[in-house]
Design a protein. Structure first.
Length: 654
């Protein structure tokens, strides 16, 4: 029988593999490779997150690795590749949620070392919940009210290029090479600084500017487009050019502290909580906005189950989710061990029951928020730590009412809830990206959802040994005689500060309240734009992300969005055909995907020598150089290259 012919349409049209076709997806080789990549990427990202405060999205690197490995077999297909990257990305997502929270228990002194089974069960339950919560969200955010999901689109393009056997490969390879060399030169060899950062005291205040020189961030900005990129930048401007200068003008300048450190300290300890407040309101608003789509998703899932059971019309393969009654049953089953873990920790059954309910509600709420934010800016730039702060803050306030301010268990209990929710939210953002890619290439949703659980649960079993190894080798967060310079674990340190601050005081409540007010203003303005049917919109979470992120990331994403706008203007000025415009957009998308791919793969691979030789400077053979001029020159070359590729009217060929 002839092999099914893929559709040639773009990502917004019919699936690449039609629903009528049936190709092997969950095969033995895909299962084994997916689990192995999940374990490897989870371990690598656990170290990188504790060391540098960030993780690298694994979808695109996993897709590239999968294509390379599966080509060694005679029989392989695009849906197998998609299944592999789906499992691998779940492992990376789980690692992000775990390392942003569980080390806070070490910092708080609750744990002396990572308890294996508690760590494994908490992470595994959080990961499984994240998968279950995203099942109705797939219909809400990908079908009913589709978002961009830039890395999902990029992953799908990478998969399609690999399947086509050549078309566009040269573009992706060239861009990936540029991204990889840039990351290797800046982070590995330390030949130039990774960001422009400058500040000076101005009168009684401080002036600050920063821009990350990462080509991957440029690629993200290109994919999300100017509207979202501009909103992220506007959020950054609100923080770094309004809030921080105002706070600086009303704060005594400490002697001997550089202006850069002074401004960064204000952001770290005060004004980024404006973004947290905006995320809380924005998260609730996002849930309100998608509530009907989520309800319809659940209802249509139940109807699909009844339709199949009663012998009704066959549901398209590309629209089959895990049955909703199985989702509900799984949620109940997962709630039981969660209750016993909380009860063992608190010793009060009704508090443990309340914690379990809070965890389920917060998990669904913030999985929705994280998925929504991933739809706007992608998983790599999805500030899960901001979502987790909001969770821990809310949980700690409720536990404060339950246990009282004198409770020694309160802060750690809030962290436990935050750990489950953070894992669920991190998985939520990653999984929606993968389901978006699956939607484009023509995958079967329920098979992806199975592999998402497999990948997350597999990673959960290795996180405790990896975290214990890292703690013993380097220390985490708190200096000790054995480890006077431990890994910073910035997110976990912040979580410990938030949880402890609720019970012992010290949180910047004024900033959180200001953030909530800012969110209300942005939402009102967006509703006004909607009433006028404006093409430009102001989704509040994009602004909140910009307030929360360091300015250097916001600026780089904005530059990428400007390149996308300039490329679009090029075709409009020439009055080019819709086909030419679509071809240019596809070429630019492939190039942007390559930039992300190359930098992400090197970011992961660099973890190997860093861990082995216990030094971030292990490859700095020529010394560490902080000058940014080489990086600026190379980035300008990448920007021009991206623009030229995105304005090419001929379809890219290998």
């Amino acid at each position: 029988m002839a092999a099914p012919q893929p559709h040639a349409q773009g990502s917004g049209d019919a699936p690449y593999i039609p629903a009528s076709a049936s190709l092997p997806e969950i095969t033995v080789k895909a299962l084994v490779l997916g689990v192995l990549l999940s374990l490897i990427l989870a371990g690598a990202n656990a170290y990188l997150g504790l060391f540098a405060g960030m993780t690298v999205s694994a979808s695109i690197p996993a897709a590239v690795i999968s294509m390379a490995v599966l080509r060694l077999f005679r029989n392989h297909n695009i849906l197998e590749n998609n299944i592999v990257q789906t499992a691998a990305a779940s492992g990376e997502g789980l690692a992000a949620g775990a390392i942003f929270t569980l080390p806070a228990l070490i910092i708080l002194g609750t744990w002396g070392t990572f308890d294996y089974w508690t760590t494994t069960v908490v992470a595994g339950i959080g990961g499984a919940l994240g998968v279950l919560f995203t099942i109705p969200l797939r219909r809400a955010l990908i079908i009913e009210d589709p978002l961009k999901f830039p890395e999902g689109i990029a992953t799908a393009e990478v998969l399609k290029v690999g399947e086509s056997g050549g078309a566009g490969v040269s573009t992706i390879v060239a861009a990936a090479g540029a991204g990889a060399l840039y990351k290797l030169g800046a982070t590995g060899f330390k030949l130039w600084g990774e960001a422009i950062t400058t500040a000076r005291y101005a009168g009684g205040s401080v002036a600050y500017f920063a821009m990350n020189l990462s080509p991957a961030l440029i690629g993200v900005g290109f994919i999300v487009g100017l509207n979202v990129a501009a909103l992220i930048f506007i959020g950054g401007v609100m923080n770094w050019y309004v809030a921080i200068p105002w706070v600086a003008a009303h704060t005594a300048h400490p002697d001997g502290v550089a202006a850069v450190d002074f401004a960064s300290g204000i952001w770290k300890n005060q004004t980024r909580y404006i973004g947290v407040g905006a995320m809380i309101v924005g998260g609730i608003w996002a849930l309100i906005r998608v509530r009907k789509s989520v309800i319809r998703g659940v209802q249509s899932g139940m109807a699909a189950y009844r339709q199949t059971r009663d012998g009704g019309p066959v549901i398209l393969r590309t629209d089959r989710d895990t049955p909703m009654h199985w989702v509900g049953l799984a949620l109940v089953v997962l709630a039981i061990p969660t209750f016993f873990i909380f009860n063992r920790f608190t010793g009060v059954w009704w508090v443990a029951a309340a914690m379990t309910v809070i965890m389920l509600i917060a998990g669904f709420l913030f999985s929705t928020v994280a998925a929504y934010m991933a739809g706007l800016v992608g998983s790599s730039n999805n500030p899960i730590s901001g979502v987790t702060i909001a969770t821990i803050l809310t949980s700690a306030l409720l536990l404060l009412a339950f246990l009282g301010s004198g409770s020694a268990k309160g802060p750690a209990a809030a962290v436990f809830i935050g750990a489950v929710v953070a894992c669920a939210a991190a998985i939520g953002g990653e999984n929606l990206q993968d389901l978006k890619a699956g939607r484009i290439v023509g995958a079967t949703p329920y098979k992806q959802q199975i592999m998402q659980i497999v990948g997350a649960v597999s990673a959960a079993f290795v996180l405790a040994p990896v975290l214990t190894l890292i703690q013993k080798a380097y220390g985490i967060g708190v200096p000790t005689p054995d480890h006077p310079h431990p890994l910073a674990a910035p997110q976990a340190t912040l979580m410990a500060a938030v949880a402890g601050g609720v019970f012992h005081g010290g949180l910047p409540w004024t900033m959180i309240t200001i953030g909530m007010a800012v969110a209300v203003v942005v939402i009102s303005f967006d509703l006004w734009l909607q009433s006028r049917k404006s093409e430009f919109r102001t989704p509040v979470l994009a602004v909140a992300i910009g307030i929360y992120l360091p300015l250097q990331l916001s600026v780089a994403i904005f530059v990428g969005g400007v390149i996308a706008w300039l490329a679009s203007r090029y075709f409009k000025r020439r009055r080019a055909s819709a086909e030419a415009h679509a071809t240019g957009e596809r070429n630019g998308l492939l190039f942007a995907a390559g930039l992300i791919t190359g930098e992400a793969m090197v970011g992961i691979l660099l973890a190997i020598p860093i861990v082995k030789w216990k030094s971030a400077d292990v490859l700095a053979f020529w010394g560490e150089h902080d000058g940014v001029l080489p990086g600026i020159i190379l980035l300008v070359v990448v920007l021009y290259w991206l623009y030229r590729v995105a304005t090419r009217e001929q379809r890219t060929t290998g």
